[in-house]
Design a protein around this ligand. Sequence first.
Ligand code: EPZ
Length: 431
Amino acid sequence: MDKLVVEGGGRLEGEVAVAGSKNAVLPVLAAALLTRERLRVANAPDLVDVSSMVGVLRDLGCEAGRGGDGVLEVEAPDQPSQRTDWKLVARMRASFCVLGPLVARTGRAEVSLPGGCALGGFRPIDIHRKGLEALGADVRIEGGYVIAEAPPGGLRGTEMYLGTAFGSSVTGTANVMMAATLAQGRTVIQGASCEPEVVDLGHCLVAMGARIGGLGSPRVEIEGVDELGGADWTVIPDRIEAGTYVIAGAMTGGRVRVEGCRPDHLTTVLERLREARIPHEVGADWIETQAWEPRAAGERPGATDITTHPFPGFPTDLQAQWMALMTMAEGRSIITERVYPERFMHMAELARLGADVRREGALALVCGTPRLSGAHVTASDLRASAALVLAGLVAEGETHIHRVYHIDRGYERIEERLRSLGATIRRERDE
Ligand code: EPZ
């Protein structure tokens, strides 16, 4: 097991190119199960989660791997296996995205109940089940596996509502949309996720021959087709990685240019940056933070409240990183988590760095302080790990971040990229 050691105090300066989106590429790879032709995916990030998904697809009988040109290629067999291995799926929740394609393509799927980030609470799959049952599948849970079986004539399109108590479901929409592409007739999904990653998946499915309308809106329509073909697809840039590096530049007061991103996927985050008086500029495919003096009085970011919501709201996957920024802001901010109300496990670790944070139910109260001090902290999930790295960049002295395998799931070689921006950060074996 590794840890990251960060020496705080320096400014980040320079350019960083954003990798492909983890949360777009994972369901796109699962979509390869819908066809026996080859799906070629460019801009697929080099992440542990992507390797995990490749492992799951191979376990199902697919040929899957990265060609010499870096393009990830997946080709499913005529008869993919219908059962995933518990060990592989338990490692990563997104593997659950093979459920919809498998039951649509083969008529049956046995997929282990997902594992992945705890995010401080239970992560149900009732919406996935509701959507597949609406398409006519029989879905039951046996021995820790979800077993879904299509009716004799195959899945049949219908109208359904997939909203949850916390808004839309990203992978719930992905699973059901993929299954509906091969169902007979029309499917209308009300309360569909509008996340850019789901839109990207939908566009990839259309490139494979699916007939889908309304992508990016809460009402998505799918006309079932008999079969899908292969495609060459390039996934969108990772908006969460981009936002993480923008916040890193903002916290250290340096000029950091985040290149190859989609600012239109971060409109709410950019609005909050403006409210927090963080100097920055935005181009067609880049965001650049401008230098400011973190120690000068009156120069610190202004405390700015956020509430997380499904897209286009403030993304829950940047909530922890925003909290890290607010720990050094002028004044008191309120962070409300509407998607995962328990997603505050990073607070205790930020408090170890001297942050003045307090929990009131689904709200976190953050009183900004001019200085944090380095300490040993433990990562709990992917985005909490990133927040601890950001806080370590500004904390005085060394910060040791343990259990850093979480961060490798969603950030390509984060210490190399931060070092290229001037950070003093190293990876060490953790005793
Ligand atoms: C996706 O998870 C992302 N993961 C998460 O990113 C992200 O935090 C989340 O969407 C919300 O944006 C991937 O795309 C691989 P949801 P997902 O279904 O699809 C409730 C990261 O850091 N819900 O949109 O699993 C659920 O409890 C990860 O990259 C139900 O009630 O999330 C939550 O409160 C972490 N029933 C809300 O909906 C269900 O059947 C949103 O969950 C499904 C979800």
